[in-house]
Design a protein around this ligand. Structure first.
Ligand SMILES: *Cc1c(COP(=O)(O)O)cnc(C)c1O
Length: 390
């Protein structure tokens, strides 16, 4: 006898998945044999650099790495993180107390609300934004208060728009610069305001820095922790995924205020058992190795970006030049919504772009394109957009 399965209230309460329609159109076009150019997904198309793969292979052959790892990360990996941080941001971290290894930064972002939020508490999150901020807060029983990002404020949240009653109930704040999906970058003045706000309202800042190394034209994104007082109010999430083309490997880390790192580690010790040590050795090779691979990757994204942006502008579309991240955040032309323009590009030109409203209501009126196809394919994409018209 079979019986009805009812999903938990937690799952039922999740917001509707707004990429469903574009996903359906994409698979329909695939079935028809359309030559699709997929600019929809934020997943690097380039391979992991060879010296990192070598380190994995070597470590995988050592039986010492076949056992359960430490849930908080190997000492050697956490030390490599602290050394990288010192060199990259001139921020000093204790590898013992201020670093925790993550199974990709998504894991830490999803779990940190469990460490900090009680039912009824508020979590603040940028919108449009990475959907995990909201789901993490909701899974912990919290309520998300969205900080809307608008072009008029350079896609930075207006902290003065957060009502005092909301700030009083808020336990944590997710921010993310360089930003997905808008590709906006933060000023040090903004980070200072965030620290002041967090100190005033006793809010823990969770800065998602997944794109800190993906930047162009000589721009070097700052760490939130460079800001005076930031390490007292917050933590920062990093990922090797985008920096070293390692999205499939699942390794990242969180750093910052020791009690927060410890609390996140406590959640993790009850849920997972850490990152495969061979992957951590590969991570050490990435962080300690020559960073020329990162520079080469950014140069390639710059070439693609310049082709896409010039082509979009020639077609009459309005878009700002990203200084970081591999996303272009494009205003849809008059007469279209995010969904209808994404659908138009897919059905008329075989190009997949992500409708901006799927990242949150203020994303309506935009589509996102990722720089994750070769220069050749990007030229083809641009030619198709221009000949399709709108
Ligand atoms: C890609 C991405 C991440 C997560 O990457 P992991 O692979 O889980 O380390 C986190 N935040 C943002 C905004 C991202 O785009």
């Amino acid at each position: 006898m079979t019986f009805m399965i009812e999903k938990s209230d937690r799952l039922k309460a999740l917001p509707p998945y707004l990429f469903k329609e574009i996903d359906r159109q994409k698979s329909e076009a695939r079935k028809k044999g359309v030559d699709i150019i997929d600019l929809g997904v934020g997943d690097p198309d380039m391979p992991t650099p060879p010296h990192i793969i070598e380190a994995l292979c070597k470590a995988a052959r050592d039986p010492a790495n076949h056992r359960y790892p430490s849930y908080s990360g190997m000492v050697a990996f956490n030390e490599a993180v602290a050394a990288w941080y010192q060199k990259r941001f001139q921020v000093t971290l204790s590898p013992e107390t201020e670093v925790v290894t993550l199974i990709g930064s998504k894991e830490g972002i999803a779990n940190i609300p469990l460490a900090l939020i009680n039912p009824g508490d508020v979590g603040l999150a940028t919108s449009p934004g990475y959907p995990v901020y909201n789901t993490g807060i909701q899974f912990a029983g919290g309520q998300t208060w969205f900080m809307d990002l608008y072009k008029s404020n350079q896609f930075l949240p207006d902290l003065s728009a957060i009502p005092d009653a909301v700030a009083a109930k808020a336990k944590l704040m997710f921010i993310n610069y360089p930003n997905n999906p808008t590709s906006a970058v933060a000023t040090s003045e903004f980070f200072k305001d965030v620290v002041r706000f967090a100190e005033k309202h006793h809010i823990i800042v969770c800065h998602d820095a997944a794109y800190s190394e993906m930047a162009f034209d000589g721009y070097r994104p700052p760490s939130f922790l460079e800001t005076d007082g930031a390490k007292d109010v917050g933590v920062e999430f990093h990922s090797l995924s985008k920096t070293y083309n390692m999205t499939g490997w699942r390794i990242g880390f969180a750093v910052g205020r020791a009690e927060v790192i410890q609390a996140l580690g406590q959640v993790k010790s009850n849920i997972d058992s850490g990152v495969f040590q061979a992957v951590q050795y590969a991570g050490i090779a990435a962080l300690e190795g020559d960073q020329d691979c990162v520079a080469a990757m950014n140069l390639e994204y710059t070439r693609r970006r310049d082709i896409l942006l010039a082509g979009l502008r020639e077609a009459g579309l309005s878009v700002e030049t990203p200084r970081a991240t591999f996303y272009a955040w494009i205003e849809v032309p008059k007469g279209y919504t995010s969904a209808s323009f994404a659908s138009h590009l897919l059905t008329q030109a075989g190009i997949v772009a992500t409708p901006g409203n799927g990242f949150g209501a203020p994303g309506e009126g935009y589509i996102r394109m990722a720089l994750t196809v070769s220069v050749e394919r990007m030229k083809e994409a641009v030619a198709r957009i221009q000949s399709t018209g709108f």
